[in-house]
Every structure is written in C-alpha cells, then in structure tokens.
Write a protein that binds this ligand. Structure first.
Ligand code: ADP
Ligand code: SF4
Ligand code: MG
Length: 333
C-alpha cells in the first residue's frame, strides 16, 4: 500500500480558535458568565475542495463561520487565509436566509455589486454589466437586474446571494446552511449550482449543515462539532461509513429512516450540556455509552489510522466498526 499523497498547501487554516460571549453581568456591569461557543477548533481546507462542518444546533457552527469571515474576533487562536491582503479578502460568506441577508431597498444589480463598489468605485455601467454576467452565471435572467429581491422566490434569492458573494472574486466561500431555509426540490438545484461553480472557478468551500444527506452529496472532508470542539474530522467517505467517535455515530444514526425504528446505539436520554459551564474531561462523557476509565481527562484530537483522520476519543479504535446496515440506509436517504 502506498502512503497518502501529501495535501497541497491549504487555502485556509485555523488554529486553536476560541470564542466566548459574555452572557451575564453583576450590578456593576462586570461580566460574570460566558457562553463558550468555540473551545479550540483547528481545521485546514485544501484548494478546490469542500469541507462540511456538521453538528447539532448550538454546537458553534455559525460562530465558526463568523470568525472565519472576520465578522467576529476570536477570543484566542488564529485564522490564516492564503492570498489575503489589506485590499483583497478572498473569503466570502453566504447565509442561511437570503431574505434577511439581502438589503430589500436595493435593486438586484446593487445588491450583487455592493461588495465590489465598497472597495472600488467603478462606473455604474460597469457594475450593471458585471451584475448581469453574474446573474446569468447563477442561472437567473440578466435582464432582471433592476428588480428588487422580494420579487424573486427563496431559491432565486439564494442564487442572488451567491452572485453577490462571487462578485468579490473569492477563492473561498463559507456557506452557513445555505439550503436549509429552502424547499427540498430547490435545495438540490442550489447544491448543483454550487458544485458547478466550484468546478468552473476552483472554489474551496466550508459548508455548514446539519443535514447528513447534503454532506454525503458534496463533502470531500467532514468535521464533526460538539460543544464548540471538533470531535472527528477526515475524508468524508471514512467518517460517514465508519465513524470513530461515539458522537459521530449518534449523529449519523439519528438521521430518521422511514419505516424503521431508530437504532439505539447510544442513550438518547441526555441533553447537550450547557456551554455556560463546560464539562470536565471529555465533553461527551455524560452522553457516551462507552465512557469509562480515562474519560474524566480532557481529550485532544489525535491522528487515527492513515493519519488523515483525527478523533477526540481515547476509545476511537474500538468504536471504529462500519455502521450497521440499518444505519447505512439512513445515510443513503
Ligand atoms: N452573539 C451572541 N451572544 C451570546 N451567545 C452567543 C452569540 N452567538 C452565539 N452564541 C452562543 O454560542 C453558541 C453557539 O451558537 P452558534 O454558533 O449559533 O451555533 P450553531 O450555528 O451550531 O447552531 C450557542 O450557545 C449560542 O447561544
Ligand atoms: S473519551 Fe470516553 S467519554 Fe469521550 S467519547 Fe471517548 S469513550 Fe466516550
Ligand atoms: Mg447556525
């Protein structure tokens, strides 16, 4: 067997990101409590590839997106973006809900070219021509540049949001649940558009979702988040077919399958702990059926098997069995 070829230099790498939000204060206004949204996230993204970030609501996915985009400063850690200069940021974000992310008072050509206009005051005719070209590239009619966002359907508005992101000529898109506010039939069209644009423009994607079938469809790499940490990451095929962290297994088996009872590999009777007071030791300890000796110590991400895959669990090797057929059906859905 040959060893895996080394990854090309990443277009994006993040190191030990931490993010805290003050959530309570005493009567003098001093901060007395924090929500610990990110607790040491490290990732790297290869050029032209898609990394999916998965995890339940509240695990820190959007916080990570905001730190990556520079909308929020991390409390600790570093984000490195290849090719970033003071004049050019090769990273753009597309949000979940295009209705609230697009300014309804602007015409579509203004919405699309606003990121460019804020940097370079190009003549109006040039901006309009650029908007028409971009509209066409995202599958909309170029002659609609003078309409307002509300004159379009949800799926079309998300296409406009993608055109807007592309106007800044990014090499990286952060997509924060870009299809989860859309009808199922429209979701597939938007995913196909994104994959087409990726091929044409060699874009790299950080794709945030809680939908496992979306991951299956588009991911090269997967990172699974729990309580503001990455608990498992690696090539999508490996992570999806033989999850090594007990939480990844729980997440994958909780994808409902029509006509079948949910496989109960783990106790589902516990809730996600609060990020106001982080658990000691392994963050997953209270919900983990495999918990035992050693789990009261904090767990670091460590390489597993071929070295491309990393897991935050001391028992990963014994968890690492392929999913049962019933569980695999869930993934094929
Ligand atoms: N502006 C904020 N102020 C206080 N807490 C926040 C803020 N934004 C996010 N959080 C907290 O950070 C945690 C992670 O939230 P988020 O990143 O939105 O998760 P996800 O996108 O995975 O659902 C949650 O506990 C949330 O309450
Ligand atoms: S370290 Fe222990 S508690 Fe944490 S996931 Fe692994 S087995 Fe479960
Ligand atoms: Mg979110």
């Amino acid at each position: 067997m040959t060893s895996p070829s080394p990854l090309p230099a990443p277009v994006l790498s993040v190191h030990d990101l931490e993010l805290r939000f003050p959530v309570s204060r005493d009567w003098l206004g001093r901060v007395t409590g924090h929500a610990h949204a990110l607790n040491g996230v490290s990732l790297s993204l290869a050029r032209g590839s898609t990394m999916c970030i998965v995890g339940e609501s509240g695990c820190g996915k959007s916080s990570l997106a905001q730190v990556l985009t520079g909308l929020v400063q991390p409390s600790a850690g570093r984000v490195d973006v290849a090719g970033k200069t003071a004049a050019h940021n090769p990273l753009q974000i597309v949000f979940q809900d295009p209705s609230s992310s697009l300014d309804g008072r602007l015409r579509v050509w203004q919405v699309i070219t606003e990121p460019v206009f804020l940097k370079r005051r190009l003549p109006r005719a040039e901006l309009r021509a650029m908007a028409a070209r971009l509209l066409e590239q995202v599958g909309l009619r170029p002659e609609h540049i003078d309409r307002f966002p509300h004159e379009f359907s949800g799926g079309q508005r998300q296409r406009i949001a993608i055109a807007r992101a592309l106007s800044a000529e990014p090499s990286i898109l952060i997509l924060d649940e870009p299809t989860s506010a859309l009808d199922v039939s429209v979701q597939a069209q938007i995913l196909n558009l994104l994959m087409e644009l990726q091929r044409e423009r060699e874009l790299s994607y950080v794709f945030i979702t809680h939908n496992v079938s979306v991951v299956r469809h588009i991911a090269d790499e997967v990172a699974v988040m729990y309580l503001g940490q990455v608990v498992e990451q690696g090539p999508a095929r490996q992570v999806l077919h033989a999850p090594a962290h007990p939480y990844t297994r729980l997440l994958l088996s909780s994808v409902p399958v029509v006509g079948q009872p949910a496989p109960d590999t783990l106790p589902a009777n516990t809730e996600i702990p609060s990020n106001r007071r982080l658990p000691s030791g392994c963050f997953f300890r209270e919900r983990c059926a495999q918990a035992g000796i050693g789990c009261d110590a904090p767990q670091a991400l460590r390489a597993l098997g071929d070295g491309r895959r990393a897991v935050r669990c001391l028992r990963a090797e014994s968890t690492l069995t392929p999913l049962a057929p019933t569980e695999r059906v869930a993934l094929a859905a």
